[in-house]
Design a protein around this ligand. Structure first.
Ligand code: KIV
Ligand code: NA
Length: 322
């Protein structure tokens, strides 16, 4: 079984075809990405925030990442989706979690090895600039594809960089470009650039031979990545639905959270792709509606239906059993 390859990514850049990247953290999402012909499936450590509910990616241990990569690989390599007319499945890249590569070069090599060997990932993504060059060189020299992640680096949320636009001054932008060039020379397969002005994303992309993947980096990068829960509206919907319920029934509003209270507004660079394709409904709100319909049906005793959803037993058997 053959996935989309690293060489193909370079060809996409050369021919000017945008590279599509989407996150997946579990088996059904991996199947969906494959069915939708995504180029790269990223098992990002945003998993910590959006699938596990942590406040930052700093809470995610390597073992959790390996566990989720394994689930994703079962979807990516599923025999359910094979056939001559079906495009090759995406390349799977997993994030090296916070702390897993800080102690030494050896620590980083071991962590990357675990993601490939135990998890089944094809390659890894690492947040950082000059400080990860040695690790990128090492992994690349042994044939492990590495995507280096520069610009906004969520693993450093506690430091001055925080969750804010990066590279807005000439000095800052030059520093990011210098990092990108250094990482390319170290053998990186691609560079992921997060949250920089459009012009910086486009300029870095022009200066590199290898592809750039942008998130909040404008339309000038060689590819785009978004987080699956953001395009589905998974996390914003519960608060919005509850707010609608609260508005409809003022007597219960005291116990309900305010809209967005538990779920911050997504960043400016996010687009909720699910709503337009589903007539204004997000997958998050669809999930709530489905669970609510189930709850109502059970309470009304209209589920399960004895005929359609039940199993029969011969009357004599039952008489004897009773
Ligand atoms: O972890 C992740 O999903 C990422 C994307 C935000 C690029 O690194
Ligand atoms: Na990440």
């Amino acid at each position: 079984f053959r996935t989309k390859g690293v060489r193909e990514l370079r060809e996409l850049k050369k021919e000017g075809t945008p590279i599509t990247v989407m996150t997946a953290f579990d088996y059904p999402t991996a199947l969906s990405l494959r069915a939708a012909d995504v180029d790269i499936c990223l098992v990002g450590d945003s998993l910590a925030n959006v699938a596990l509910g942590h406040a930052s990616t700093q809470q995610l241990p390597l073992s959790a990442m390996v566990h989720h990569v394994q689930a994703v690989m079962r979807g990516i390599s599923s025999p359910l989706l094979t056939g001559p007319s079906i495009a090759p499945p995406p390349l799977v890249i997993a994030d090296l979690p916070f702390g897993s590569f800080y102690a030494s070069l050896e620590a980083g090599v071991r962590a990357a090895t675990a993601l490939v060997q135990e998890g089944g990932a094809h390659g890894v993504k690492i947040e950082g600039g000059s400080e990860i060059v040695e690790l990128v060189e090492r992994l690349s020299s042994f044939g492990i594809p590495v995507i280096a992640h520069i610009g906004l680096q969520p693993q450093r949320v506690a430091s001055s960089s925080g969750y804010r636009l990066q590279g807005r001054t000439a000095d800052e932008a030059s520093a990011i470009l210098a990092q990108a060039l250094e990482l390319e020379a170290a053998g990186a397969t691609a560079i992921l650039i997060e949250c920089v002005p459009n012009r910086v994303g486009a300029e870095i992309s022009k200066c590199l031979q290898i592809p750039t993947i942008g998130i909040g980096a404008g339309p000038g990068t060689d590819g785009q990545v978004l987080v699956i829960s953001d395009i589905l509206g998974d996390l914003t919907s519960p608060a919005h639905v509850l707010a609608d319920v609260a508005a409809a029934d003022a007597s219960t509003s005291a116990q309900l959270p305010l809209p967005g209270a538990s779920t911050p507004q997504p960043p400016k660079f996010v687009r909720a792709f699910a709503a337009p394709v589903a007539g204004g409904v997000t997958v998050g709100s669809l999930r709530i509606a489905a669970v609510r319909a189930y709850v109502d049906a059970v309470r009304a005793r209209t589920f399960p239906d004895a005929q359609a959803e039940g199993y029969k037993m011969k009357k004599e058997e039952f008489e004897e059993f009773k």
